[in-house]
Design a protein around this ligand. Sequence first.
Ligand code: FEO
Length: 411
Amino acid sequence: MPKTATLYPKTPMLPGIYWAGVVDWAVRIFHGYHTDEGSSYNSYFIDDECKTLIDSVKYPFADEWVARVSTMARLEDIKYIVVNHAEGDHTSALESKWRLFPNATFVTNKKCQEHLQLLYPDMVHAKWHIIDGKSELKIGVRTLTFVLTPLLHWPDSMFTYSAHDRTLFSMDGFGQHYASNRRWADECDVGHVMTLFNEYTANILGLFAAQMKLALAAASKLDIQNILTAHGVNWRGEALGRALEAYSRFSQNKHCENKVLVFFDSMYGATDRLAHAILEGVRNKGGTDCVLIDMKSSDITKVALHAFDASAVAIGSPTLNNGMMPSISAALTYIKGLALLKGKPVLAFGSYGWAERAVKDIAKVAEECKAVCVKEGGMSIKFQTNETSLKEAYEYGTLLAQKAEEHYKNQ
Ligand code: FEO
């Protein structure tokens, strides 16, 4: 990988604003998130009277980041480095590189400063400018302002806004895990970007609808024509409208589709056959979509993606070692943490040999998730499916589809 500045072409985003980030083409697991299409850690350089960087990158890319910045400015000429969020994917390059910017002042909120100094203790020696939601920072023709967005998704998270450019620097907000050579969503297949955007929202921000509502209310007072995010591609024009509309629906809990998610694991096929019977039962009703996920060929990230906008969910496992299969246990733990079952109709189903345990345990977790179980204790069968049990599963599929439609209409 080249590390010398001359090998990195400048990447203009807007007049006077350049991308200074890195693309992580190879990352496939991001703290448990299956990033099938890689990611990027976006940093931006603002070429104003006071030369300013927005955010940094993950530590394996620290040299590349410094080299990219060097194509645009002498490091000693960087006056401000704005840190919108302390998580390591946007800051860990600073641990080894911050002293390369001898004249830089780090601009962030109090909580973020606290987190950065705990993560990278040497940064207690850095120069700091602490801002809040009312602060203004004049950097030349531009004046930067800040929107504190606590718990979206860390307590330290914030947006930075440049009225001169009508541009919001949104850190994780509006992000997607997407490695691309393109920098704007409208240069890509926007439908595909929206799928990755929804996946990111489900997996990273799923728990924080209320905080998103507050952030959008604050951002609605700003004239925003461009959003420069810290992951993936960026938003302008019609694509920007789609992203804002998606966040608005999510923040109001109106993002569910008329759709059933069925996810399951199976050992000898009985739970698999029940899952497919449920799927056919959903199709029998008509008008309600259904997605089926076999955990042997998928992962928790896809479960979260579809649990996010499903209006009803069926969860299946045979009993294994007096409990549910580990893949189902992991997926349930994950979507419980993301609150993706709350208020939704749920069916637990599966098979057992001599200990009727897995389905009861799934139903119990669903109740802990504040889901609405359509059959108390779930639907269990002993050893093998037969015509009666498959018909029962089929009928539960049709019932789930009806419940999904009701949930969808009542959002
Ligand atoms: Fe992309 Fe919360 O860091």
